[in-house]
Design a protein around this ligand. Structure first.
Ligand code: LLP
Length: 425
């Protein structure tokens, strides 16, 4: 549930701050993020899984303030690029609590990760094992996890399913690649194998795939003990916890995930005579997604033959998810009382292609007109982090709201920012 409140007069607030005031002060489009909501979601994870390590997946959304909130709430951080690592470190995030992911980490990223003392690096291919070991200074050992493919189908869209065979992430158990990676890591004195990792996919709303994955990975841990005589202390089941985007939709139930996942791991371990490893989960969307919304200004309302198009001052550059995955969104009029009924419209952006749609066939008040303010909910994850400057539109600012009101976290990208990288004629 998000903390947005829509009153009968169209007045809408986030964390008590009127959205109209945010639009006036910071302009549109703008991403608005409820700090308290983010923090409460961090706490909900910690209390649902008190013995587990909760690593927030930075790819969902990261800026320095966000890294600071996550640190203060006692979470770890999952990063998947040198850029995310740099932002986290510059916010003072402790390197030891960072997990570094990626199927194609560059030698430079690996070098920075080792030099900065990143807690765990996730091995996702054979080539990086030797490459990584060579970077570890004498007298030190780098902890790693090996990412395996559990061969489980889960995830809202083909583009975000990563748990099956024959996609580019993780090492296949069936092909023997996972076993080879484990043997090679164990043969490197500079590396310590802390455990296994998998990530099934994203926007998953059922618990079963996680239970299945836990069993598959525990069985692999038992095999590793048989083959190599080592007991691995950690089991990282990745993220992918789904959220509600639409009214009445339900995300993954955290309480039931916690109970059933813990039981699946303990039961399977007991059956195999293994000590239960420490669980790690990596929620991204479930921490920041519901805490954010996007504010747009309506620029035009156009009647086509069979559709009405409401065009706003943002679009696929701040929300590419409809274009990429066909993701549905709801749109709300903000800041005035509508006259008359509702009509079905398609909300589009200002970019130069037909696919630039934010919400297709959604209800908006029939009197929606240029100048109106509209809000799109649940945009706190994979919106700013996936934003582009397509058509040389600057990316929107991020405004945090909290008990002290509204404050800017990341300012709007202006033409000057866009030109700073252009070295000239
Ligand atoms: N851990 C790993 C290794 C991941 O690859 C991901 C997401 C996560 C954790 C966090 O997943 P989450 O809990 O946020 O679902 N751009 C897509 C989502 C791609 C997710 C990629 N990996 C979207 O907008 O739906």
């Amino acid at each position: 549930s998000s903390s947005t409140w829509f009153g009968p007069g169209g007045e809408a607030t986030l964390a008590g701050v009127p959205l109209v005031r945010i639009a006036q002060e910071f302009g549109t489009p703008a991403y608005v993020l409820d700090e308290t909501d983010v923090r409460l979601r961090c706490r909900a994870y910690r209390s649902a899984l008190p013995r587990a390590e909760i690593a927030y997946a930075a790819k969902a959304f990261l800026c320095r303030a966000m890294a600071d909130w996550v640190r203060a709430e006692g979470l770890s951080l999952d990063v998947c690029s040198g850029g995310e690592l740099a932002v986290a470190l510059s916010a003072g995030f402790p390197a030891g609590r960072i997990i570094f992911h990626g199927n194609a980490k560059t030698p430079r990223e690996l070098q920075t990760a080792v030099a900065e003392g990143v807690g765990r690096i996730v091995i996702d291919n054979i080539a990086e094992i030797g490459r990584l070991a060579a970077l570890v200074p004498l007298g030190r050992r780098q902890k790693v996890l090996v990412r395996v493919v559990p061969d489980i189908a889960a995830g809202a869209h083909a583009a975000v399913r990563t748990g099956r065979e024959d996609q580019q992430f993780g090492l296949s158990i069936a092909s023997g690649a996972a076993g080879e990676a484990v043997a090679r890591v164990l043969a490197q004195p500079a590396l310590v194998l802390a455990g296994l990792h998998c990530h099934l996919g994203s926007q998953i709303t059922a618990v079963e795939p996680y239970e299945d994955a836990a069993r598959v990975l525990v069985e692999q841990m038992a095999r590793i003990r048989e083959t190599h005589g080592v007991v691995l202390p950690e089991l990282d089941l990745g993220g992918g916890h789904g959220i509600a985007y639409l009214h009445g939709e339900r995300g993954l139930d955290l309480a039931s995930l916690a109970a059933r996942l813990t039981a699946a791991v303990e039961d399977r371990c007991a059956g195999l005579g293994l000590p239960a490893p420490r669980l790690i989960v990596e929620p991204g969307r479930a921490i920041s997604g519901p805490a954010g919304l996007t504010l747009y200004r309506v620029i035009s309302v156009k009647k086509a033959l069979n559709h009405t198009y409401v065009a706003v001052d943002g679009g696929m550059s701040d929300n590419p998810r409809h274009a990429l995955y066909g993701s549905p969104y709801e749109v709300r009029l903000v800041g005035r009382r509508p006259q008359g009924g509702m009509r079905t419209v398609t909300v589009v952006g200002h970019h130069c292609e037909t696919g630039d749609t934010i919400a297709e066939n959604v209800p908006l008040p029939a009197d929606v007109h240029p100048g109106d303010l509209i809000a799109v909910a649940a945009t706190g994850a994979y919106h700013h982090s996936m934003a582009s400057s397509y058509n040389l539109t600057g990316r929107p600012p991020i405004v945090a709201v909290g008990p002290e009101g509204a404050r800017l976290l990341v300012r709007r990208e202006e033409a000057g920012d866009l030109m700073r990288r252009d070295v000239g004629l």
